[in-house]
Design a protein around this ligand. Structure first.
Ligand SMILES: C[S@@+](CC[C@H](N)C(=O)[O-])C[C@H]1O[C@@H](n2cnc3c(N)ncnc32)[C@H](O)[C@@H]1O
Length: 394
């Protein structure tokens, strides 16, 4: 069940809004658990034998599984329900945000005036069409829509909507990905002692804040192309007691000096970027990293690491959730992308990190201390929530 936001940008909600949000979360839980399990069964029982006869072999790729399932009624019901629940997610928080819009923007301005961190906007920046021309995740207005001058309300839609969407999975501050991985990195690479950390495509800074908390001595920077979410991000991280420097900047052309960061990180970002910009972004990450520095990107695992059906299941978002670059990215070999960006092949790393929110502090602490429990074969942690990330040392 979603809890409310835990920071000072929390806005009042009516009882019927709470009921609607709880309902949408439960509906998503039903679709992603019960219906998804049924769909897998239907595929293996009813669809696979026929597809295998037609192809003369089992479907071997995510695309072939999709083709085989496309006209199946269970798949169509599952997809229709999931698309509707996605739209309902944003609909369930929008009235609450609109009613409180003036208060949100006033608070955001207030935090900006007294901020220990900073926000540097670039009114000349051309927002890429991969952001300006799409409603990613079917969120009306995407990350960049502004309804008034200095508007931050799309940030509030995303913050409140994510709570409904993730059903509380990311913890009350929605920082579980950043927190789990930053703590894992601190434990696995104790020699890093980063002085400067950069987050690419940070949105609300919800996965930037945990880096600031894990490395309180470090100077933390974060970039995004979308002004509304950046305004909200500054206020949000100040409210959570972290001084973070936000920049409106395209990750493909970073205005930072060569060799100036110890860690360059992103989460859930690259899959929303067209492949040529992913390549440019990785090159920029290489350029701004200090020698010995670490680049790390949290994403869903690549198709080559998964059975065809599992790849199809993750690629669903590319076909039906307005994430057109997602499948192309997941079809890439991360090691090759990293090498093309300038890193040596030997420096490539991959980790599967357990979720601290899911497993709790005790199991998490034990797991990150055991080299066998965190890796491609996650052993006893294979069931449950864990986060895949890849990258390299410069
Ligand atoms: C899915 S969100 C990232 C979410 C966030 N990092 C997290 O941990 O959940 C993608 C973000 O990337 C931003 N973005 C898209 N293309 C970008 C680019 N080329 N450079 C910088 N930011 C970009 C979008 O504005 C959006 O805020």
């Amino acid at each position: 069940m979603p809890s409310e936001l835990v920071h000072d940008l929390k806005i009042p909600r009516k009882l019927d809004e709470k009921a609607r949000q709880d309902f949408v979360s439960s509906l998503r839980g039903f679709i992603l658990h019960d219906m998804a399990n049924d769909l897998r069964e239907v595929y293996h029982r009813d669809v696979l034998p026929e597809a295998t006869r037609e192809l003369g072999r089992e479907p071997a790729t995510s695309g072939e599984v999709h083709k085989a399932l496309k006209s199946n009624l269970s798949f169509r019901l599952y997809s229709a329900m999931r698309v509707n629940a996605q739209e309902m997610t944003w609909d369930s928080v929008r009235p609450q945000v609109e009613r409180n819009a003036a208060q949100i923007n006033e608070k955001v301005r207030d935090y900006a005036r007294k901020a220990k961190g900073s926000l540097t906007l670039d009114p000349e920046l051309e927002v890429p069409r991969s952001v300006s021309a799409l409603d990613v995740h079917l969120m009306p207005g995407n990350y960049n829509q502004e309804y008034t001058a200095d508007d931050a309300t799309q940030g509030a839609v995303y913050d409140n909507g994510s709570l409904v969407f993730f059903m509380g999975l990311l913890g009350p501050d929605q920082g579980d990905i950043g927190r789990s991985i930053a703590r894992f990195i601190r434990s696995r690479y104790p020699e890093l002692e980063p002085a400067r950390i950069l987050d690419l495509g940070c949105t609300l800074g919800h996965n930037t804040v945990p880096w600031a908390q894990t490395y309180p001595e470090a100077e933390i920077h974060a970039v995004d192309v979308s002004a509304p979410v950046l305004r909200y991000a500054l206020a949000r991280s100040e409210a959570l007691g972290c001084a973070i420097h936000y920049h409106q900047m395209n990750s493909s052309a970073l205005a930072f000096e060569d060799n100036s960061f110890d860690i360059v990180w992103s989460s859930m970002f690259l899959h929303e970027v067209p492949l040529k910009n992913i390549r440019a972004t990785l090159k920029e990450a290489y350029r701004v990293l200090k020698p010995g520095g670490l680049m790390l990107h949290m994403e869903l695992p690549p198709n080559k690491a998964l059975p065809a059906y599992d790849g199809f299941y993750l690629d669903w978002d590319s076909w039906y959730n307005m994430e057109p670059f997602y499948k192309t990215f997941r079809d890439q070999d991360p090691a090759k992308l990293v090498e093309e960006a300038g890193f040596s092949r030997e420096s490539f790393i991959e980790h599967v990190v357990p979720s601290v929110n899911w497993y709790g502090e005790e199991v998490f602490a034990k797991a990150i201390g055991e080299s066998t429990a965190v890796g491609k074969d996650t052993g006893r942690l294979a069931e449950g929530v864990s986060w895949y990330c890849f990258g390299a040392r410069k």
